[in-house]
Ligand binder design. Structure first.
Ligand SMILES: Nc1ncnc2c1ncn2[C@@H]1O[C@H](COP(=O)(O)OP(=O)(O)OP(=O)(O)O)[C@@H](O)[C@H]1O
Length: 265
């Protein structure tokens, strides 16, 4: 389904601050697989997601989504295929608009009818139904501005909005990192249920090895712009956070000094 082949991407080429963010990254993800992505700061995780969504163009290599070569397409052209939720709960929603208007925008994504469905009675009923699964009583607050909601409530709505329209791959970029542990657990449970229900091919970046092992079907680790670990199936089932740390240390050939990887929210 996702076929990323030998991707390279260098920022500020031929300058003193040149950074090789992707260095021949290759990854194939079959349809419906949920992959968790870990790696220390600067490993290239966000750059990789940006390359898939088209926000960053790669220097070389190819990206295919569902068999279609999208390497040269911009993010707008890929928006029908790629849904994304960011770390910042403010990034996925528009705080000046109401809950209903935000949902209407998401519902109209990739459609030419613009904002008009916001006044549509059928859509309003659908929005209420979608929101009621959160059990946060938001279905009765459709005309409240999104800016009034907590970070967790907004992130839950961002997730619903990202998955409202059909897409081919869901990219979650540390989407629970800014939430307290209880709210993060709630949003993760919602993530699992949406992904299981929809069968969406999913990549979730996380700094928590615990989360990486507890969610999804496969875990990859990026280091210096490449996939350095890739575990799935039986090999992954018995893995502990400690095993994963040791595997990473072995791959890197040095001691892991990034404490943020040990966070367990
Ligand atoms: N727009 C940019 N301009 C210049 N350098 C960049 C840019 N974006 C990322 N980089 C650099 O590319 C490398 C990979 O960054 P990236 O954000 O992909 O890492 P990451 O694995 O997501 O890290 P983190 O866990 O800290 O978010 C880093 O060295 C980063 O400083």
């Amino acid at each position: 389904m996702l076929d990323a082949n030998n991707l390279t991407l260098t920022f500020n080429k031929n300058t003193p601050i040149e950074t090789k963010a992707l260095r021949g990254l290759t990854l194939n993800i079959p349809q419906g697989q949920f992959v968790t992505v870990i790696g220390s700061n600067g490993a290239g995780k966000s750059t990789f997601l940006n390359a898939i969504s088209g926000e960053q163009k790669v220097d070389s290599g190819t990206i295919k989504i569902d068999g279609q070569d999208v390497t040269k397409k911009n993010s707008w052209q890929r928006s029908e295929s790629v849904a994304r939720v960011f770390q910042d709960p403010m990034a996925g929603t528009c705080e000046r608009l109401t809950i209903e208007e935000n949902l209407a925008l998401a519902s109209a994504r990739n459609q030419s009818r613009g904002l008009s469905p916001a006044s549509n009675h059928t859509l309003r009923k659908e929005f209420k139904k979608i929101l009621s699964r959160l059990e946060l009583n938001l279905e009765n607050r459709l005309s409240d501005r999104i800016g009034l909601l907590s970070g967790g409530q907004r992130q839950a709505i961002s997730l619903l909005m990202a998955t409202m329209r059909p897409s081919k791959i869901l990219l979650l970029d540390e989407h629970t990192a800014a939430l307290d542990p209880k709210t993060a657990a709630f949003v993760l449970a919602l993530t699992d249920s949406i992904v299981n229900e929809s069968g969406l091919t999913t990549m979730m970046v996380t700094h928590s090895m615990r989360q990486a092992l507890d969610h999804g079907h496969r875990t990859i680790m990026l280091h210096q712009g490449k996939v350095v670990l890739d575990v799935a199936g039986e090999d992954r089932k018995g893995l502990t956070v400690n095993d994963l740390l040791q595997m990473f240390e072995k791959v890197r050939g040095e001691t892991l000094d990034d404490d943020s990887l040990l966070l367990s929210n």
